[in-house]
Design a protein around this ligand. Structure first.
Ligand SMILES: Nc1ncnc2c1ncn2[C@@H]1O[C@H](COP(=O)(O)OP(=O)(O)OP(=O)(O)O)[C@@H](O)[C@H]1O
Ligand SMILES: [Zn+2]
Ligand SMILES: [Zn+2]
Length: 802
């Protein structure tokens, strides 16, 4: 390659294109498409991706590539194209789309070093470079005479490796290994020659006489119960050798998952998997919507379809919503496929994420189970992509590039000619409507695998409780049932639907609510610090003793946080033991898993938590599920609120009675007649779908119409309104007459961090050029964006309408 076409790390609209750079002699034969480079850009040096190559360029003055950051490409050609598609579809910069596909560590220029992995002879130039050291700073290459080719080859041969210095507490990247330095009979001789009192040395030797395989030093010392100095003695005599070996920061000890074998499929499962397997063997793309009630064995279908893919030497991506929340899910995949599985989710440290990514990149695993961004796993032979709980909104990314993992999965499925499975007990209206139209292939599982009936759901009207004089947050029925179940040694799950709730502060005398001075939103009360905090900016203040308006001292906090429920529960049922699970108690890594294990071991009677307990949990002994406030989401300014309520109630009800013991669900609500609550209580997805579709048709929302949301923000309110007004007019002139342009309207949160926010919504059926119009708008305002701090965000598939 003479000329490299580079996308530089400068996210600006006039730079959203490739630039040509000459490849200097020292990188000839080394540089390949998909690698990251450092290039001069104006007065600066910036990072960039090589996305294409050419023998010559039409530009006169072309600068040289400054440095090469990778020794093997980090992006495949498929991902480079996917990046272009993604940037177009979401109206993002190409560079932003490319960076979204890579682990954090590869997005910036981290310090690097070269690590020697072999004790064997290296190339002489490399030997001189290392000069007896194990690790050298990467910059030393630049000052040395060693050719990049030589380094690249040594890396490919596994003699050295290039490491990023990631700031991470886990530095245990290399372990020291111990192995015999001499043949077994020589060890035995030495063993006999050792003096009697050299007990530990003898034990060490004895160990290697019995087990000559290398073993990790720490483990060995632990086994023998001795220290490093004993080992040093034997090393000095040449009897044992130590060396360093690279290990991955493996957050899941593979060995700790009991192996599982494929189950014999039920009739329903067998019928559902057949067309999937057919597409796998025909190497054809198709999207399947697997609609199966909770506990119907969707996961077993995924596992067996994946096995089929692996048998063909192909690879599989499984997306699950924020996997840290479902360690049980990881267990199921690791249990079936062992160390062939990489796990990627946000709770991993940057270093851990990079390690998992690298196992995929190096083709050491064939399966990845991960959250949203795992859809970009750099596999080259994909045989299936699975999205579990496809209705989860976490599959939509809320920053640039604002993509939905479902769209990316389908795009990759087309490229790789492989099936995509969307699985859910409560599919989104969009997906189900597509399945009904035959765009997706609908597969249905109506029964639980154990033929258990879905648990009975009882709706309790909390208004009646109030009339009857019960002012607690627990209805009499729920309280009675809890007593009964706990008395029998069974367990209870209580869910507090906190979305849309917070603990705000209000004056009981004048009704004044403390709001953030910079954002139009109530401050949240944090009990442990007695401070009020804004969840949109970082503003905080001390909880006042008196109302700032009327000076009354009756200023109190309201709302139902999990803490508050826990307190009330302890008062109501002092003998019951409770595990509370919410953002506060699960912040620390591994905390989530610990709490769940405790509950599974029956160390508590009640598991109390937020939404996070609704998904994927499977406890044998849970026979009662209580939902404390089913309707708190219903009144949010979001056209999906009924759908979300239905989904959540169905999911959480599915937690009860999954095994031998029959389960029961109690749903407390102030709006017992709302169709989403009524229909969820009878597990009637079909009727819910029909009803909600007619609502969406009436109000012209998806899936009848597509939406695009444009949000403008500025410190000056007038400027924000004017720009939005102008944009709405520009759009109205451009779009078809049947397309609806709404706005300017203040956003649901009209001010955040002192910036006023206005929005313009487009509802359309068919606007093939809408993205172009949007880009023109960004172009038109590019000066104001750069110089006047105007901010315009465009979401072509909005989920948060705030
Ligand atoms: N063919 C089968 N025979 C016997 N048991 C099965 C079979 N398939 C699945 N199971 C068991 O049934 C239970 C429910 O299955 P699974 O968790 O896969 O359902 P699911 O549809 O994924 O549920 P959810 O939507 O609640 O996550 C599990 O304990 C699983 O091991
Ligand atoms: Zn007051
Ligand atoms: Zn604020």
């Amino acid at each position: 390659m003479n000329i490299a076409k580079v996308i530089v790390d400068v996210p600006a609209s006039n730079i959203n294109q490739t630039f040509d750079y000459r490849v200097p002699e020292k990188f000839a034969g080394v540089l390949r498409v998909g690698m990251r480079v450092v290039v001069p850009f104006g007065p600066r040096k910036v990072m960039g991706f090589v996305v294409g190559e050419a023998e010559e360029t039409s530009f006169d003055k072309v600068k040289d590539i400054g440095d090469v950051l990778d020794l093997t490409p980090v992006l495949t050609s498929e991902l480079i194209q996917l990046g272009e598609w993604l940037a177009k579809g979401t109206i993002s910069f190409y560079i932003t789309a490319l960076q979204a596909m890579l682990p954090q560590v590869l997005k910036a220029q981290y310090k690097k070093e070269l690590v020697r992995l072999t004790d064997g002879e290296l190339d002489q130039q490399l030997e001189n470079l290392f000069a007896g050291r194990h690790v050298i700073p990467y910059e030393e290459i630049e000052e040395s005479i060693v050719a990049y080719r030589t380094i690249q080859k040594a890396v490919q041969d596994g003699d050295i490796s290039m490491e990023y210095l990631v700031k991470s507490k886990e530095t245990k990247k290399f372990v020291t290994m111990v192995r015999p330095g001499k043949e077994a009979y020589l060890l035995e001789e030495a063993h006999q020659d050792l003096p009697r009192n050299a007990k530990k040395q003898k034990q060490l030797l004895q160990y290697f006489i019995e087990f000559p395989d290398p073993i990790e030093k720490q483990l060995l010392l632990h086994k023998i119960g001795t220290t490093g100095s004993t080992l040093k003695n034997l090393e000095g005599k040449g009897l044992l050798e130590t060396y360093r070996m690279e290990t991955y920061r493996n957050p899941y000890e593979d060995g700790s998952f009991p192996q599982t074998t494929p189950l014999e499929l039920t009739m329903e499962q067998a019928t559902a998997i057949e067309p999937i397997n057919k597409k796998i063997s025909d190497k054809e793309h198709e999207v399947f919507l697997l609609h199966g009630v909770t506990g119907s064995g969707k996961t077993e279908i995924y596992l067996q379809a994946i096995q089929n893919v692996l048998d063909r030497g192909e690879e599989a991506i499984v997306l699950v919503p924020e996997i840290s929340l479902t360690p049980q899910m990881v267990k199921r995949f690791k249990g079936r496929f062992g160390s062939n599985v990489a796990v990627m989710h946000s709770a991993l440290s940057a270093g851990e994420k990079y390690d998992e990514w690298r196992r995929i990149h190096r083709k050491e695993v064939q399966v990845v189970v991960g959250a949203r961004s795992a859809v970009f796993a750099p596999f080259e032979n994909l045989g299936i992509i699975i999205i579990d709980e496809e209705h989860e909104t976490t599959y939509k990314q809320e920053d640039q590039p604002r993509y939905h993992a479902r769209d990316v999965a389908i795009q990759r499925g087309k490229t790789h000619h492989c099936p995509v499975i969307l699985g859910s007990a409560t599919p989104t209206l969009e997906s189900y409507a597509r399945a009904k139209k035959g765009v997706y292939h609908l597969l249905t599982l109506e029964k639980r695998t154990n033929e258990q009936a879905m648990p009975e759901v009882d709706i309790v009207d909390m208004r009646e409780e109030l009339h009857a004089g019960n002012r607690t947050m627990f209805s009499r029925k729920l309280k009675d049932k809890m007593d009964q179940r706990i008395g029998r040694g069974e367990q209870v799950v209580l869910m507090l639907n906190r979305r849309g709730y917070s603990t705000f502060v209000m004056c009981r005398d004048c009704g004044h609510v403390k709001e953030c001075p910079h954002c139009d939103i109530a401050l949240t009360f944090h009990k442990n610090t007695r401070r009020l905090k804004c969840h949109y900016c970082s503003y905080e203040e001390i909880m006042p003793d008196n109302c700032p308006e009327c000076k009354s001292d009756l200023i109190r906090y309201f709302g139902t946080g999990t803490q508050k429920v826990e307190e009330a529960l302890t008062q109501l049922m002092p003998e019951a033991s409770i595990i509370r699970m919410d953002v506060d108690t699960t912040r620390r890594k591994g905390a989530h898993e610990k709490l769940l294990t405790k509950f599974a071991n029956k160390e508590a009677d009640i598991l109390l938590g937020t939404q996070m307990i609704a998904k994927g949990l499977d406890f044998e002994n849970v026979t009662l599920v209580g939902v404390l406030t089913a309707d708190s989401m219903l009144h949010l300014p979001d056209f999906r609120s009924a759908e979300k309520t239905f989904q959540l109630l169905t999911q959480v009800s599915g937690r009860a009675g999954r095994h031998e013991l029959a389960g029961e669900v109690i749903v407390q609500t102030y709006t017992p007649d709302h169709y989403s609550i009524e229909l969820a209580s009878t597990y009637n997805y079909q009727d819910f779908f029909m009803k909600e579709m007619s609502v969406r048709r009436t109000f012209q929302y998806p899936p009848y119409m597509f939406l695009a949301l444009l949000t403008v923000s500025h410190k000056n309110q007038v400027k924000a309104v004017q720009a939005t007004q102008n944009i709405a007019q520009m759009l109205m002139k451009a779009v078809k007459p049947e397309t609806i342009v709404l706005g300017p309207t203040p956003s649901a949160i009209p001010r955040i961090k002192d910036r006023y926010r206005y929005q313009c919504m487009v509802k359309y059926k068919n606007e093939p050029h809408l993205r172009d119009y949007m880009e023109k708008i960004l172009d038109y305002y590019s000066d104001n964006i750069k110089k006047d701090d105007l901010l315009i965000t465009i979401d072509m598939q909005p989920y948060h309408l705030m």
